[in-house]
Design a protein around this ligand. Structure first.
Ligand code: WTA
Length: 647
């Protein structure tokens, strides 16, 4: 494959940008003298007490610990709000654009500060204390950011659950962390359609394990009637009314938990990824400033929902810690038409635009016209995140959206990493479409083979990280052993990412996708085990196996093999019923794209399902099945091949 190299577009860089020389020198220093390097970076944060200890980390299993800035004290909301009031009080902190193109709102740092303090006071009155958990199940409205920051003000740990998750998925996440409060809305609004959030909460709270919830705070968004259960349910607007607009911030230790965010892994139920206060904020703020070449008058738009980590780090915490203007979008790229992103960019003079490959591919399919109808002249940088971007989509984004004058930062990172780890720096790095390019300061990627042997030079292998960075997750909520087992046991002494990766002769990194049982659907992580357990929960299903398959828009789709109970007959109706069942159990993002009836599944003689074979069948690669001789019943494979759904 020939790779086109795109140098930094002329006219992009200025004296403030990080140059190639500075990147090389600072990267070297960040690896050789991490303590001195990160002590300098930590100065960008306002500390009640500046840390005297910077880094104390060991990935060794007999002495495992990760601590950054450990005796530092700070408050996140003070960093995102109070410290800007003097110089940026009237500057827009959140530029909210509604689902309806007629609705938008500008919230200044001063207003946001007052709104956060009112809610923080109200929550304190409800008995919320430092360390308590608060679940947030909100649409993309300003109250989502207010709720996050209000939690940080009083030291409560928030756990945001994406509004697209079902009542069951929500209930599981509430029960796992024992939330005292839920903050939700009457309904969400996406693409002109209402999402019944309050109704979902009511249903979730009938599930076992959710009695920990004392209060449900309900934001009035659409104003449609919802049932309120007194005294449990409280309207947000009446609760905050009359609350003082000042609120004493809690003094937090750098290693105190900041938030929990559930994410799918290869086994079991979703893990509560736990992030710390000082390390996370320092890292989110610093990566946001460097990777996006941030300037005071930038309008930064990250299209992610706050229900995902990208929304945490680059809609709320990174931008607000940096005193930037962050655009928050309630809607979808296709409503009211396929030009919505660019219409919003023109309307609000967006300068930095950050989205996902799946959105780019969906828009590319509509051709250039919806893009060209809008000027986009304010945009100076483009970014992508969430999954590998295919070079064709990259080139289209570069040429059509960016008019060949904007660098693209393809940023690789994970919920677990808190912030960007591998990415170009826009004024320093020559771009290769499809490559996330080079490690960020302090990040030491390495490739290992299946046995854990380090691969040098140009190579293809499993991506590990040799040392810690401040934004690294600290634990799995309530299960520290699971944290260690999942990430530090596979290749001892390193953090294992779960991703495959190639490094080329120039030292550029090319993420090839997950090597574990996680499917990346439109940039959203779905564990195959979760979909399987949803399917087998159906009374007619005996067994199910789920794998990823290629999908033009979503990157990967969900391909399910289902064995029915004896006596049940496959039918189109039952197929639809099962797909709907998974939707209901987990949420629309987990709906199988393909569901194949499997009279039997390929298993080893010890009864282990051979997913490698199922993956190849779903990829329509019958010639790559490999060795099937160890199967208990090789004939099963012929049947599955004959009936395969993608050809
Ligand atoms: C994938 C999202 C290739 C990867 C921030 C990772 C990517 C998973 C990229 C994490 C990228 C994310 N290129 N693959 N630029 N960014 N990924 O936790 O497989 O939702 O492990 O975090 O997405 O997904 P998560």
């Amino acid at each position: 494959m020939t790779v086109t190299i795109h140098p930094v577009p002329s006219g992009f860089a200025d004296a403030q940008s990080i140059s190639a020389e500075r990147y090389r020198a600072d990267y070297q220093r960040s690896i050789e003298q991490p303590e001195a390097f990160w002590a300098d970076v930590a100065k960008r944060i306002d500390w009640f007490k500046f840390p005297s200890k910077i880094k104390d980390v060991s990935f060794q299993l007999d002495d495992f610990h990760i601590r950054w800035f450990e005796d530092g004290e700070l408050n996140v909301s003070v960093n995102c709000l109070d410290r800007h009031l003097e110089t940026r009080g009237d500057k827009t902190a959140i530029l909210w654009e509604g689902d309806d193109p007629q609705q938008s709102e500008q919230i200044s740092y001063r207003d946001l500060h007052a709104r956060v303090c009112r809610l923080a006071n109200a929550m304190r009155n409800l008995g919320v204390q430092k360390g308590d958990r608060v679940s947030i199940y909100l649409p993309m409205i300003p109250e989502a950011a207010v709720a996050m920051l209000a939690c940080t003000r009083i030291g409560a740990i928030h756990s945001i659950v994406f509004g697209g998750f079902s009542p069951d998925a929500l209930a599981g996440r509430i029960a796992d962390c024992g939330s005292k409060i839920i903050i939700t809305a009457d309904e969400g609004l996406r693409g002109g359609k209402a999402v019944p959030l309050k109704k979902n909460v009511d249903e979730a709270l009938t599930r076992p394990g959710t009695h920990c919830v004392e209060t449900v705070i309900v934001v009035r968004r659409t104003g449609n009637a919802v049932s309120l259960q007194m005294p449990r349910d409280r309207w947000y607007h009446t609760l905050v009314e009359g609350q003082p607009s000042q609120c004493e911030p809690e003094r937090m230790n750098a290693e105190d938990p900041l938030f929990i965010l559930y994410t799918s892994g290869s086994t079991g139920k979703p893990k509560g990824v736990l992030h710390s206060t000082g390390g996370y904020l320092t890292y989110a703020s610093y990566t946001h400033a460097c990777v996006f070449d941030l300037r005071e008058d930038d309008v930064f738009w990250c299209t992610a929902d706050v229900g995902w980590v990208t929304g945490h780090s680059y809609v709320v915490y990174g931008p607000l810690a940096n005193g930037a203007t962050s655009l928050m979008f309630e809607g979808v790229p296709s409503y009211p038409d396929m030009g919505r992103f660019w219409q919003v960019c023109d309307k609000h003079k967006v300068t930095l635009f950050y989205t996902a490959p799946t959105a780019i591919r969906a828009l590319m399919r509509e051709g250039d016209a919806p893009v060209k109808r809008h000027s986009r002249s304010s945009i100076r940088l483009l970014g992508t995140v969430g999954e590998p971007i295919n070079p064709e989509a990259w080139e289209w984004y570069y040429r059509v959206v960016g008019d060949s004058r904007c660098p693209i930062v393809d940023t690789w990172w994970q919920t677990e990493t808190g912030g960007i780890l591998i990415s170009p720096l826009p004024a320093a790095t020559d771009l290769k479409p499809g490559s996330a390019t080079k490690p960020f300061f302090g990040v030491q990627p390495a490739l290992v083979d299946a046995e854990g042997k380090r691969l040098e030079g140009a190579a293809d292998g499993n991506l590990v990280l040799l040392d810690s960075w401040p934004g690294q997750m600290r634990s799995v909520y309530g299960d520290h052993q699971r944290f260690i087992d999942t990430y530090f046991k596979t290749y001892p002494g390193t953090y294992f990412t779960g991703d495959g990766c190639r490094r080329d002769e120039d030292g550029y990194y090319w993420i090839t996708g997950r090597v574990d049982d996680v499917i990346n659907v439109s940039g959203h992580r779905i564990g195959t085990a979760e979909v399987e357990s949803a399917l087998v929960a159906h009374p007619k299903v005996a067994e199910a196996a789920v794998v990823g398959c290629p999908h033009d828009i979503k990157g990967q789709g969900i391909y399910a093999y289902v064995t029915l109970n004896v006596g049940e007959t496959p039918s189109e109706e039952l197929r639809k019923e099962l797909v709907a069942f998974v939707r209901k159990e987990i949420g629309p993002i987990a709906s199988p794209d393909h569901l194949q009836w499997a009279p039997g599944l390929p298993k080893t003689r010890s009864g282990k399902i051979m997913r490698r074979i199922l993956r190849k069948i779903a990829e329509n690669a019958p010639d790559q099945l490999g060795d099937t001789s160890t199967l208990a019943d090789p004939a099963v494979v012929d049947n599955l091949l004959n009936e395969r759904l993608i050809r």
